[in-house]
Design a protein around this ligand. Structure first.
Ligand code: GEK
Length: 250
């Protein structure tokens, strides 16, 4: 079940339905916040399954008296899933997003449910946030928006802030070195968006707006980076077309 859909009116994403004279760079502003649950579900194959998996992994990896982080939390879907799934004692969740509009709306959602587990929501750049005493760190489709030059340092900070036995769950859009493979898997994703009601105009304008904003890595780059920063165990636990979710265990 989508945690947010029955709270929101599920406002439909029509941001790119009309032709724009010039398509600006994609921004996580109020207009995106209003349609975000619909947008992410119609654009990211496997999004719900990944949220369910985050819940299961939280159950298994959250340790007593530790912190769980949701970096790039948007409206807090992963935070809500984690909060419902924690079985360990005295945990707290730190949820970070650098969009004020997202954080404000996430606050409303989180208040709508009762829980004994504290959640601290901060409007901040996730590359500047200290990570400490962590048992679970989630980055669900956000590393792809971070400057590629800063990604290794961020993962190093996370590795150092994780306790032994702690887990990083990282979901990303990926691309493939092999041109033919890239083409056919991208085609599958396009078909997914078409089947979810996006027009050719919407698809092409959204693609232009994300150019130079969403910069994907390959599976190989992700796995090598996990190794480089110190993770001994890492791999993909879920993939739908060009969208993958990795785990890395300390
Ligand atoms: C979910 N995790 O529903 N620091 C903090 N936040 C950032 C930064 C940054 N430097 N850059 C971008 N963001 C969510 C979905 S959406 C994915 C994550 C998508 C934030 C940005 O404001 C947005 O809310 C989020 O990262 C990415 O499970 O829209 O494709």
């Amino acid at each position: 079940m989508n945690t947010l859909s029955h709270l929101t009116q599920q406002q439909k994403d029509t941001l790119y339905a009309q032709a724009h004279e010039a398509v600006g760079a994609f921004q996580f502003d109020e207009s995106v916040v209003a349609v975000f649950p619909d947008m992410i579900q119609r654009s990211v194959p496997g999004y719900q399954t990944i949220l369910t998996g985050i819940g299961e992994l939280t159950k298994k990896y959250a340790q007593n008296s530790t912190k769980l982080y949701d970096l790039g939390c948007s409206l807090g879907a992963a935070t809500l899933t984690m909060r419902r799934s924690i079985e360990s004692k005295s945990c707290e969740i730190i949820a970070i997003d650098n969009s004020e509009a997202m954080i404000q709306r996430a606050q409303e959602y989180l208040h709508a449910y009762h829980s004994e587990i504290p959640v601290h929501l901060h409007c901040a750049d996730m590359t500047k946030v200290p990570i400490e005493n962590a048992s679970v760190v989630v980055i669900n489709f956000t590393l792809q928006f971070i400057d590629p030059e800063q990604r290794e340092q961020l993962l190093t900070t996370i590795y150092q802030g994780l306790n032994p036995g702690g887990i990083l769950i990282l979901s990303e859009k990926i691309h493939f070195e092999d041109k033919a493979l890239q083409e056919s898997i991208e085609y599958m994703h396009l078909q997914f968006k078409r089947a979810n009601g996006y027009s050719e105009l919407e698809i092409s304008q959204k693609r232009s707006s994300l150019e130079n904003v969403l910069i994907s890595d390959t599976e190989h780059t992700h796995l090598e980076r996990f190794k480089k920063v110190g993770f001994k165990t890492s791999g993909i636990w879920f993939q739908a077309y060009n969208f993958s979710s990795f785990i890395a265990i300390k």
